[in-house]
Design a protein around this ligand. Sequence first.
Ligand code: P6P
Length: 348
Amino acid sequence: MGEVKTLGQFIIEKQADFPYAKGELSRLLRDIGIAAKMVNREVNKAGLMDILGQAGSTNIQGESQQKLDIFANEQFIKALTSGGECCIVASEENEEIITINAPVAQNAKYIVAIDPLDGSSNIDVNVAVGSIFSIYRKIDINAPATITDVCQPGTQQVAAGYIVYGSSTMLVYTTGKGVNGFTLDPSIGESCLSHPNMTVPADGQIYSVNEGNYVHFPKGVKQYIKYCQVEDSSTNRPYTSRYIGSMVADLHRNLIKGGIFIYPVTANAPKGKLRLVYECNPMAFIIEQAGGKATDGFNRIMEIEVTELHQRSPIFIGSKNMVEMAERFMRDAGVLSFADAEPLLSAG
Ligand code: P6P
């Protein structure tokens, strides 16, 4: 049996990759790992606790809040506050940023943006959900942190990751030097390295999109979906449609197997549904570090200007060649009818 390496051991070991690191980022990642284990404990027994169902309140998105949403948000904020390395928490569940004034955090220089429980509408039906985090360094470490420190472009992230609460609970993260996955071993309460150096296949046969919105999709998306459905054994088509409705679960599967996840603009989401700061940017950082691609159909996600905390964006993310094919349809939609597309695309 191979050597078991825990998340904590791995974080410390990799700290050497950053010669000037004094351990703050390592401690911050540890704090996130602790919160994830607290959330996992409740997610795994949600059916047994009076924690299922609507909490009665709504979040700033106007979405009804499940009790686990609130619990998860509280766990991450508590862990980040007591850990002393985080000066601002930006959460999907809170309209405004949370400035951490605790004395322990007086020298904190990291900003953490979180989606504490993504896909929470799946909780009641026992489908995988996830938590997403994105970490920035304060722009001016000698000045108080502000919303400007949160609204940095995704290229400024120092780390990003997600936890997927599925058939097993995994934490996957990057600090800009590759992507590594850790599986929680409940018998020892530790997350152990199970997926070192994760890479997303350049090609895949899975496309993930909510086709219920087809009528309102941009023309390029409609044409790409039809392209996925054409029978052509030389390009392994038709592809398989897989859509869980939980971004973390869909992206985790596509990261491992290859595939593309698309949430374009729709009639109900004219700017896209997914949030740039705490969903699109962290997942884009991870997928790019794994060799994949993440755009809004035209522009790199991580270079999109962040103008507000809860800003939304369309997203095309996953296997590099699949995203680039979808981008071709988006770019050429003005001139490509589907019939026109086929000869051009079969030319490769
Ligand atoms: P739809 C969950 O609510 C979420 O934010 C993502 O996790 C998921 O990919 C998407 O929304 C699903 O949205 O409109 O297809 O139900």
